[in-house]
Design a protein around this ligand. Structure first.
Ligand code: SF4
Ligand code: MG
Length: 321
């Protein structure tokens, strides 16, 4: 069986300290240091679960998450605390993830103080510096979350994650609640911070149009399985898997924002009771009898490009619509 995490680690070459994931129905991938891996799929496809596992908030029932060559679940004591700080999560809805009773300086300053990342008397200056990095005027430090706009709250959520000096950030729908123009500003902030701080991101979104802008590579999930993985540019230009082809064709424009993925026929089936064989077969325009009976495995169809579709075996891989 192909070890996709191993192969992608090799594909990433000189980049060190990859994060490797083997979890969720055979999902296997690795993320290189300084890389942005976009993870895209419809709601219920398992991408948030995967993100929570990477961030240590959910333990995988099978498989494992390796960070710097250590199985995260097996770490104890100081090593476990270190890993928990080094991998941070920026959540979907800043309003519900920010404690409304805490001021901004408490929200951002609490974890670094508790974990001894900065001496207590330097915390205020430290918080001001992080707020500035995140595009917030330090004078807002005494305010409460409800006194900010959605975009500013997103920045506070990012500042809180950065305050413990992480190497790796899981962003789960971090810009989904924002207006398009604000989304672009926050995505630019993510990209700038990555440059300045040499961060690695797992960037999760239902919106391929968002993921495309920030990712080096893109992973596409469908009903708990990884169906395609490749460099962002190549995957967008030449989607291999029929599901990815549909997503690429359906990137919402500003006007059609509300009806994402409407051209993919049929409803997304229940993740609890997925169709047999290829999970995508009830909705796939290329489905054939084998697709209902046999699960396609993720195969390397070009260097660094993986796809799980029987059409690749049969030498009849379709090209982008
Ligand atoms: Fe479509 Fe069959 Fe490929 Fe699944 S395996 S994506 S049903 S052609
Ligand atoms: Mg989700």
């Amino acid at each position: 069986e192909l070890d996709v995490a191993e192969r992608t680690a090799r594909f990433l070459g000189s980049k060190i300290e990859p994060l490797a994931i083997h979890a969720v129905d055979g999902v296997s991938l690795s993320i290189g240091r300084g890389e942005v891996l976009g993870l895209v799929g419809e709601s219920g496809c398992g991408k948030s679960t995967l993100g929570r596992m990477v961030a240590g908030l959910t333990t995988p029932s099978e498989g494992h998450i390796r960070f710097r060559d250590a199985d995260v679940a097996s770490l104890t004591g100081a090593a476990a605390r270190e890993a928990a700080l080094k991998i941070q999560m920026v959540f979907q809805d800043p309003m519900s993830s920010l404690n409304p009773r805490l001021r901004v300086d408490e929200i951002v300053g609490e974890a670094p103080r508790v974990h001894g990342i900065v001496p207590r008397k330097e915390t205020a200056a430290y918080v001001d510096d992080i707020l500035s990095r995140c595009g917030l005027d330090p004078s807002v430090r005494r305010r409460y979350p409800h006194q900010f706009s959605g975009g500013q709250r997103a920045r506070i959520g990012i500042a809180r994650a950065l305050a413990v000096k992480p190497d790796f950030i899981v962003c789960d729908e971090s810009v989904a609640a924002l207006d398009v123009s604000i989304q672009a500003q926050v995505l630019n902030l993510f990209m700038r911070l990555r440059e300045e701080l040499n961060l690695t991101y797992l960037f999760i979104s239902h919106d391929l149009g968002v993921v495309e802008h920030i990712s080096d590579r893109i992973a596409v999930m469908y009903l708990g399985r990884l169906v395609e993985l490749g460099t962002a540019e190549d995957l967008m230009a030449r989607p291999n898997h029929p599901y990815t082809q549909a997503l690429v064709a359906e990137i919402p424009t500003f006007e059609t924002k509300k009806k994402q993925y409407s051209a993919i026929k049929g409803e997304i089936p229940s993740p609890m009771n997925p169709p047999p064989g290829c999970h995508f077969h009830p909705r796939c325009p290329h489905a054939h009898p084998r697709c209902k009976a046999e699960r396609p495995t993720l195969r390397e169809v070009a260097p660094g490009r993986f796809s799980a579709c029987h059409l690749n075996d049969e030498g009849a891989a379709s090209t982008a619509a």
